[in-house]
Design a protein around this ligand. Sequence first.
Ligand code: SF4
Ligand code: SF4
Length: 198
Amino acid sequence: MSLKYKCKLCGTCCHEVPGDYVKRIPLYPNEVDHLIEIAKDRDIEFKVIEDLVFPDVKNEKILVLTYRIRLNNKTQGCPFYNEVSGCTVHDTKPLACQAYPLSLKRIDAFNFEISIDPLCNFVIQNYKKLEDLDIEKLKKVFKEEYPKAEKFYRKNKKLIFKIRKLEVTSKIEIPRQVSLDEFNQYLEKWDRQDISVK
Ligand code: SF4
Ligand code: SF4
């Protein structure tokens, strides 16, 4: 296997893609704070949307684990993307962007696995070679990105562990079944609380 990942600098991953798929560029609360500071300095409009959240019915709070970048209306892209130079926060870009085209696929409410984003143009062009790779080979193809994806995975695991710990110590209560109506009511009425780990 001589295949090695090389970004084509096409910018697809920093933009909305046509179709039903919703582009998610996940951010941890500390990454949001960091990007807000940069956006202020550069006078860029930067907004985020809550992404991975849990309703805590005991304290009537929405627990926010991650946000996602709100894409620019006009360009349909990340506000830090520049047509000429690409990512303008490259050196301190979010962990999700560092790991890309590896990403975290949600298996259920509390579990994730490392996966390859099929929307990356490198992945599309090499799909046949990538589809049956085992983990060891995948690590070789994505030599720099795989450790970042593992870090991303570990961080999400820690966040979920923190939530579970709060649950078992009865500090919070997360319902296992919530109707869409109920969930929307919670989102409308309850305050937010960021959940962070180092
Ligand atoms: S932070 Fe950089 S790499 Fe990440 S989506 Fe924005 S422009 Fe792309
Ligand atoms: S879609 Fe893939 S190849 Fe294109 S810029 Fe993003 S990571 Fe690089």
